[in-house]
Design a protein around this ligand. Structure first.
Ligand SMILES: Cc1cc2nc3c(=O)[nH]c(=O)nc-3n(C[C@H](O)[C@H](O)[C@H](O)COP(=O)(O)OP(=O)(O)OC[C@H]3O[C@@H](n4cnc5c(N)ncnc54)[C@H](O)[C@@H]3O)c2cc1C
Length: 290
């Protein structure tokens, strides 16, 4: 299908992009990788009158550790995350996630920032960032503000970003010693969105969990932070009975709807099994055994 007609701008600076967003308000849409926006425009489910393509702005593509965080710039592609040795060595949950977004063609263009800003509960990064306790930087006419990811999503396809703000950076806290993470996803075929997926990030000290983050993908109208399951882990020994109980609680916290990807019971069951498996893998990684 062919999109409705629209005007197109390719600003060269952030301030130019923000001015365009201010000028066009709710009629404007930012274009990053275009992997969600363009299909929606072709289907005419989105018909922005003005597209602000930020790909010409220098300095927005980076992955680096700085000030206690892994910082990811707005124009960092999934393929760059997947190719980053730093990410594979220190942020395996993030590496797992980038590696299962769509297919290689999608990953070459899609950005992590676009994945979050799109706020599709089927997208994979929201749950991962919830588990990692990340934050995002939104830059607008009044400057930059930092938003905890747990406050970022407000509903299906909606976030706290104002129409004239650009998500410019993602900040993931640097892991403490004894940390590990994993993302496990069940999809009907390679490249599909998840029937269900689970993100886990844990820290171990003396064989017990000292912190735990669990995020659930595509089993509710918004990405879910499984806070009760997290609480069931902290302070407990990293043994099978603790894992099984946390996985049971995570399945309770899921709120799936029946669709072509499966029934409510099937999806809850996936959450239970994937949470347990992701915890076991995260523990192995935290111990440096994987
Ligand atoms: C075939 C296919 C398979 C896919 N499979 C998956 C999958 O398995 N898992 C998954 O998570 N996703 C999947 N997707 C969706 C897509 O990959 C993500 O939503 C993508 O990461 C969006 O990023 P983008 O840079 O392409 O954003 P765009 O499409 O450019 O933008 C998406 C939305 O976010 C806004 N936006 C973009 N960047 C910013 C920014 N910096 N600041 C503020 N707003 C911004 C845009 O205005 C738009 O509303 C798939 C897409 C396709 C086409």
């Amino acid at each position: 299908m062919i999109p409705a007609s629209f005007d197109y701008s390719s600003p060269k600076t952030l301030s130019e992009a923000i001015s365009l967003l201010q000028q066009h308000g709710a009629d404007a849409k930012i274009l990053s990788g275009g992997q969600s926006l363009i299909p929606l425009m072709k289907l005419r489910m989105a018909a922005p009158k003005h597209v602000v393509d930020i790909n010409g702005i220098d300095g927005l593509a980076y992955i680096k550790e700085s000030g206690g965080f892994l910082t990811i710039g707005a124009l960092t592609r999934e393929a760059d995350v997947d190719a980053s040795q730093l990410v594979h060595d220190r942020y395996p949950l993030l590496a797992d996630t980038a590696g299962v977004i769509g297919d290689p063609l999608v990953r070459n263009l899609a950005t992590v920032a676009g994945n979050l800003a799109h706020a599709d509960p089927a997208n994979d990064h929201p749950a991962t960032m919830l588990a990692l306790g990340a934050s995002v930087v939104a830059t607008g006419p009044k400057g930059a503000r930092t938003i905890a990811i747990s406050d970022f999503f407000t509903g299906i396809f909606t976030t706290t970003l104002a129409p004239d703000e650009i998500l410019t950076e993602i900040r993931v806290p640097m892991p403490q010693a004894g940390s590990g993470g994993a993302y496990l996803k069940v999809e009907r075929k390679v490249g599909d969105f998840a029937a269900a997926a689970v993100a886990v990030q844990i820290t171990l000290d003396g064989g017990s969990f000292t912190s735990a983050g669990i995020g659930l993908t595509n089993v509710g109208p918004m990405p879910i932070k499984a806070t009760r399951a997290e609480k069931a882990l902290v302070g407990k020994p990293a043994v099978e009975s603790t894992i099984v109980e946390a996985a049971r609680i995570a399945a309770e916290e899921a709120d799936p709807a029946e669709d072509l990807r499966g029934s409510v019971d099937y999806k809850r069951s996936l959450v239970r099994v994937l949470t347990a498996r992701a915890l076991r893998l995260a523990i192995t990684r935290a111990k440096g055994e994987h």
